[in-house]
Ligand binder design. Structure first.
Ligand code: 5GP
Length: 203
């Protein structure tokens, strides 16, 4: 059975993943972006079901226990995960699926779904990354410090990815991402149950 491609976009917090992904969706309306579940509180302007599905810790535990998540990770004091069913449905319906997730989750997708394409977004420099993370003003000082620490570790993971895009220009980066999605074909032999394996998450 042939499935539409699964493409993961990852990279450190502050690199501009959401902005690049939004620009990519504007260029190609066929791509479906997964909405993650998170235990993080909504930021001002975020809407339930649009940026995230905001859930309690208990609900998140339930999703993990029932294998409802394709992957999940703890990040900067909160948990984030990709609901499995909608990803499978859209892929079966022929729509390429994009996941915008952090590095630990990308590794789980690689293990569970070897044909997924893993794309890493890099900042043009460390200074640009720190400037964006501090300048966007959405995080407390403590959260910025935690995210910068995580970013150092995440940047070192770039060579585990199939493709690396430098986010120097949002439109160019988005166009490059759309080309990668269009060019990526999941193998015909892929088994529909390929993604049934449980995430090996120890967090
Ligand atoms: P934020 O709190 O800034 O929205 O997200 C923090 C980090 O979690 C970002 O790197 C974001 O890409 C990542 N993230 C969002 N959703 C998921 C998910 O479903 N799984 C994983 N592993 N990471 C996610």
């Amino acid at each position: 059975m042939s499935l539409a491609p699964l493409v993961v976009v990852s990279g450190p917090s502050g690199v501009g993943k959401s902005t690049v992904v939004a620009a990519a969706l504007a260029l190609n309306a066929d791509i479906w972006l997964s909405v993650s579940a998170t235990t993080r509180a909504p930021r001002t302007g975020e809407q339930e079901g649009r940026e995230y599905s905001f859930v309690t810790g208990e609900r998140f535990d339930e999703l993990v226990a029932t294998e409802g998540l394709l992957e999940w990770a703890s990040y900067s004091g909160n948990r984030y995960g990709t609901p499995r069913e909608p990803v499978e449905e859209h892929r079966r319906a022929g729509r390429p699926v994009l996941l915008e997730i952090e590095v630990q989750g990308a590794r789980q997708v690689r293990a569970a779904s070897p044909s997924a394409l893993l794309v890493f977004l890099e900042p043009p420099s460390w200074e640009v990354l720190t400037g964006r993370l501090v300048g966007r003003g959405t995080e407390s000082d403590e959260s910025v410090a935690r995210r910068l620490q995580a970013a150092r570790e995440e940047l070192a993971a770039a060579d585990e990815f199939d493709e690396v895009l430098v986010n120097a220009d949002v439109q160019e980066c988005a166009a490059a991402l759309v080309r990668l999605v269009a060019d990526h074909r999941a193998p015909e032999s892929q088994h529909p149950d390929e993604e049934r394996s449980t995430p090996t998450n120890e967090a």
